[in-house]
Design a protein around this ligand. Structure first.
Ligand code: AMP
Ligand code: ZN
Length: 142
C-alpha cells in the first residue's frame, strides 16, 4: 500500500471509482479519461509499480481477471475487439506508478492504431543481429 498512490486510494475507497469487478488480489474499474466507452483498468491490490516486480501470484491473478472480463466488456460495449496493454515505466508513458492493464474496446474506423505502431526505433535487423538479441535476452531470463 502507498499512502499517496491514486490507485491505492481507490482500493481503500478514499476516491470513488466505477467498479467493474473485484476479487482477493485484483480490482477493475473504468478509466476516468476513456479512449473509448468501456475503457477499463485492472490493477493488483498490492502496490507494485512495474510488471517485473509483481509476485507470480499477482501476475497470474491479473491475467485471470483480464481473461474473465474482456469478453463481457466487448459484449457490453457491442464491439468485436479490444486493445490490451500496459505502459510499463515512465518512458513508455506510465503516469500512475501502480501496475494497470488497459482494456480499450475497439471497432473498425475508430481511428486507433496498432501497438506495434507506437514505436519505431529500428528497421528490420539482420539475421545475425536477431540471433544476438535473442541470445542476450535468453541469458537474462533462462
Ligand atoms: P498510464 O499510467 O499512462 O498507463 O495511464 C493511467 C490511466 O489512469 C489514464 O488512462 C488515466 O485516465 C487513468 N486514471 C487516472 N486517475 C484515475 C482515476 N481516479 N480513476 C480512473 N482512472 C484514472
Ligand atoms: Zn498504489
Amino acid at each position: 500500500m502507498s499512502e499517496s498512490c491514486i490507485f491505492c486510494r481507490i482500493i481503500r475507497g478514499e476516491i470513488p471509482s466505477y467498479k467493474i469487478y473485484e476479487d482477493e488480489r485484483t480490482l477493475a474499474f473504468l478509466d476516468i479519461n476513456p479512449s473509448a466507452p468501456g475503457h477499463t483498468l485492472i490493477i493488483p491490490k498490492a502496490h507494485v509499480t512495474r510488471v517485473e516486480d509483481l509476485s507470480e501470484e499477482d501476475a497470474e491473478a491479473l491475467f485471470r481477471t483480464l481473461h474473465r472480463l474482456v469478453g463481457g466488456i466487448q459484449d457490453a460495449m457491442e464491439v468485436p475487439s479490444s486493445t490490451i496493454g500496459i505502459n510499463n515505466g515512465p518512458e513508455s508513458g506510465q503516469e500512475v506508478p501502480h501496475v494497470h492493464i488497459h482494456i480499450i474496446p475497439r471497432t473498425r474506423g475508430d481511428r486507433g492504431g496498432i501497438m506495434q505502431g507506437l514505436v519505431r526505433t529500428t528497421g528490420r535487423p539482420s539475421g545475425e543481429a536477431m540471433l544476438d538479441i535473442a541470445e542476450r535476452i535468453r541469458e537474462r531470463v533462462g
